[in-house]
Design a protein around this ligand. Structure first.
Ligand SMILES: NC(=O)c1ccc[n+]([C@@H]2O[C@H](COP(=O)([O-])OP(=O)(O)OC[C@H]3O[C@@H](n4cnc5c(N)ncnc54)[C@H](O)[C@@H]3O)[C@@H](O)[C@H]2O)c1
Ligand SMILES: O=C(O)C(=O)C[C@]1(C(=O)O)C=C[C@@H](O)C=C1
Length: 288
């Protein structure tokens, strides 16, 4: 592919996508914009983008592909601004937000079918943020979900897939609501649980300070994602809270069942609980 790509939000995901696009399509010119000047400077220094632009309008006018990679609430504000700007006729706008329901509804409202907007979400990342952590191989073998509205043609979807081919990800189309239910279960609920575990440990560490010193592999593995960016994650869970409320209810039922088994001292049931979990965990495909 050849043309101008404009990335808004030069952080971990925007930066990593820039690297994959430049690597796969060397004749592309990558422009970038961020609210933080230091991220822009770093992006240029690390050769993540070719050039900065001074405004959203300047980048929008130039672009054949616009990638929005800011926190999800900011994304929607930028989409609204873009909807009143001069854009190329054939531009494709996509995003990388971790939720899709609210974003697709906003796209429908602001673009009203006049611009090709295709929602996107690479299911790979890190608790680390910022362009200094951008990685050409971040998305290798990961699922990368696209949520086009029904009226978007296969031709436009194929174009976006070509732009994204350097991610080496599995590009997969899903309905926005199905997407939000799935990532609610395998990404958003785990982030909440990791936060609860860390806050619980913090509370107990007041009584027993060695808790902090002794936290080892198990605790660190299951809570790594509690080190993620709080602003990014409060936006995500607010967007997907209706799925999360159901999933938390279900989680509490599971905890209640486990509590009953422990209260009864039912060793066989406890073994069965761990056995079922191990079997399913061990069966997960090892694509990432
Ligand atoms: N981190 C992950 O694991 C991961 C994975 C997949 C998708 N996502 C999604 O990708 C998006 C970006 O996440 P990230 O991890 O790259 O975060 P990040 O904090 O590394 O980068 C976000 C960047 O957006 C910039 N920004 C914020 N508001 C802006 C605005 N109005 N205009 C221009 N720039 C703005 C910030 O300064 C920052 O540089 C989020 O929507 C997130 O939900 C994150
Ligand atoms: O590896 C991590 O730190 C992540 O949190 C990545 C992760 C995930 O939950 O798996 C987080 C958010 C994204 O939307 C996709 C991927």
């Amino acid at each position: 592919m050849k043309g101008n790509v404009f990335i808004v939000g030069l952080g971990l995901i925007g930066g990593s996508l820039a690297l994959t696009i430049k690597n796969q399509h060397p004749n592309t010119k990558i422009y970038g914009l961020d609210v933080h000047q230091h991220e822009i400077e770093k992006a240029i220094e690390l050769n993540v983008i070719d050039e900065k632009v001074d405004s959203l309008q300047q980048g929008a006018e130039l672009a054949d592909l616009i990638i929005l990679s800011t926190p999800v609430v900011e994304l929607r504000k930028i989409m609204k601004q873009l909807s009143s700007m001069t854009l190329k006729d054939n531009v494709i706008i996509t995003d990388t937000g971790s939720t899709k329901g609210e974003i697709m509804e906003a796209a429908n409202e602001v673009f009203n079918g006049k611009v090709t907007f295709i929602g996107g979400h690479p299911i790979a990342g890190s608790h680390k943020t910022g362009v200094e952590n951008a990685d050409l191989h971040l998305f290798d073998n990961a699922y990368y979900i696209l949520t086009p509205a029904p009226e978007i043609s296969n031709k436009r979807i194929s174009e976006l897939k070509s732009w994204l081919s350097g991610t080496n990800a599995r590009l997969h189309i899903l309905d926005k609501d199905e997407h939000d239910y799935i990532v609610g279960m395998i990404s958003h609920l785990p982030h909440l649980i990791a936060g609860v575990l860390v806050n619980q440990a913090k509370k107990h560490a007041i009584r027993e300070p060695l808790i902090r010193q002794m936290a080892a592999g198990g605790f660190r593995d299951i809570t790594r994602i509690a080190s993620s960016n709080p602003s990014i994650w409060s936006d995500i869970v607010m967007d997907n809270r209706h799925n999360l409320l159901d999933l938390i209810e279900d989680w509490m039922n599971e905890i209640r069942k486990l509590t009953a088994v422990l209260q009864a001292g039912d060793e066989q049931a406890i073994h069965h609980f761990f056995e079922g979990a191990k079997e399913y965990r061990d069966s997960l495909p090892s694509h990432v």
